[in-house]
Write a protein that binds this ligand. Sequence first.
Ligand code: AMP
Ligand code: MG
Length: 419
Amino acid sequence: MSENNNLSVSAAQACVLGFAETDGSEEIPLERALGRVLAEDVRANRDQPPYDVSAMDGFAVRSADLATGGVLLTVIEDIKAGDLPKKTVASGQCARIMTGAPVPPGADAVIRVEDTRMLTDDSVEITVPVKAGNDIRVRGENMRHGDVVLHAGTEITPGVIGLLATVKRARVNVHRRPRVAILSSGDELEALEAPFDADKIPESNSHALMAQLQALGIEPVRLGIARDDPAELAGFLRQGLDYDVLLVSGGSSVGVHDHVRPTLEALGVAMHFWRVEMKPGHPLAFGTRGGTLVFGLPGNPVSSMVCFEQFVLPALRRRMGHPALFRRTVTATLAHLLKHRPGRMEFIRVTLATEANGRLRATSTGAQSSGDLCSMARADGLLVVPAESGNLAAGDLVQVQLLDGSLYQRTAGFVEEAA
Ligand code: AMP
Ligand code: MG
């Protein structure tokens, strides 16, 4: 399986996505649906609006009566939204009408109240001329009965929620969200809850990963910290393999204490690759058992987060039914020299600022050590240096992957030679 070593980022993404299938659906109440992905086409349950309605508070009139301004009309009826008109408007007549109320028979235009003057309780002067169709929203102009108004694969945003309520969908079919477990491994790690010990390494990866998952709408389970002991590790990994996705942090490289890969294999996990040509994040293992995806993420805190962004995030979005799997990338102007030796794709933590000309300007957060979370905490995005690139100069246009926000795209957005 050594040919699966040292994959390019694109090849590794393709491998992971080849094993990530979209999960089935479940029916949930609308009030719990924000952020989920529709697993069905949704159709309009009637014409909307259901009849010609007024777009304004005003008077429903016959435009033929109103070729000029300054005409007097008799008010025959008051029509509120939700009422049905009882009378037909004849020549010389009008009906008072509220926004959203049905236009009565006989009338073919609405004149807003601001363009009228009441003379008595039932006599109104129309001060401006009006054309047929004025301020009328026509039956079915928003949607027609039976039209697909939302396609399967649509992410449920607040606007989508409003539309679903409009077509009376109190329950909707959405893709299931995968159940995800996180396991940290390493003798040196000290849990957040444990008393401070200056000789230990604070365990942070499970917390950062949990937050990355929560940002995608997934509530993961943290299994704890496994010591670098094959038997203890196996116990934890067995639990983790009951989930749809298992993230193991640390222990995946080739040191004598790195037991994750052999232990996973002993538990029946087929390993597909364990090294990717990227920086940070070189040791990255990926395997599957049945439908379960297992990621052996690097222990270094920045590497763990960057690998999550490139491989775990697209796989999870695929499972949840999103058509756009990848973080949005933007073009920015590099603020300074960036040294790079051709070989591995590099992800540089940068801040972004908008220049006077409207372009984004990318500035490195400083030291890019894969152990230094300060750089990650400050970053707006990851500047992608293509594997084959040499040094980048100040003023060069670069691609930056945005680290948060709700915009995603269908392709990874960086160009790279296939390995
Ligand atoms: P490893 O991949 O196990 O060789 O770990 C690489 C480095 O990452 C070591 O310095 C570890 O102490 C550190 N590390 C591993 N796991 C974690 C974790 N869960 N939280 C913070 N640092 C970690
Ligand atoms: Mg370790």
